[in-house]
Design a protein around this ligand. Structure first.
Ligand SMILES: [Zn+2]
Length: 104
C-alpha cells in the first residue's frame, strides 16, 4: 500500500477518502485513533492517513490534486441581500437565496 494523503484532522482525511471512493479507487484510513500518541512520535506520523494499493497510487494522487483546483466560474452577488459569494456556492450563505442563472 502507498500513502497518498495525510492531514491534521480526520475530517480532511475522510473527505480525501470520499473523493477516491467516488473515483472508484479502493483505499483505507490509518491512524484514525493515534492522536493520543502525539509527543512520542513525530507529529506528522500520527496524523490520519489515506493508503491505496500500489497500482492505484498515481491515479489517486491525480484525483486528489484535481480536487484541489479552485472552482471554475466567478464570484457572484446575491440578488436578495447583496452578499458577494465565491463561485462554489450555489446558494447565498447569508439569506439562503439560490444563485440566479447558475447550475444548482
Ligand atoms: Zn443573500
Amino acid at each position: 500500500m502507498k500513502r497518498v494523503y495525510r492531514a491534521a484532522t480526520l475530517l480532511e482525511v475522510a473527505h480525501a477518502r470520499n473523493l477516491l471512493v467516488a473515483a472508484g479507487i479502493d483505499c483505507e484510513i490509518r491512524n484514525q485513533f493515534l492522536a493520543g500518541a502525539v509527543g512520542e512520535l513525530p507529529a506528522l506520523e500520527t496524523w490520519p492517513q489515506v493508503y491505496v494499493e500500489d497500482d492505484d497510487e498515481v491515479r489517486a494522487l491525480r484525483t486528489l490534486v484535481q480536487s484541489r483546483q479552485p472552482p471554475s466560474g466567478s464570484a457572484w452577488v446575491c440578488a436578495g441581500c447583496g452578499e458577494e459569494l465565491e463561485p462554489q456556492f450555489t446558494h447565498c450563505w447569508r439569506c439562503g437565496r439560490e444563485a440566479e442563472g447558475r447550475p444548482a
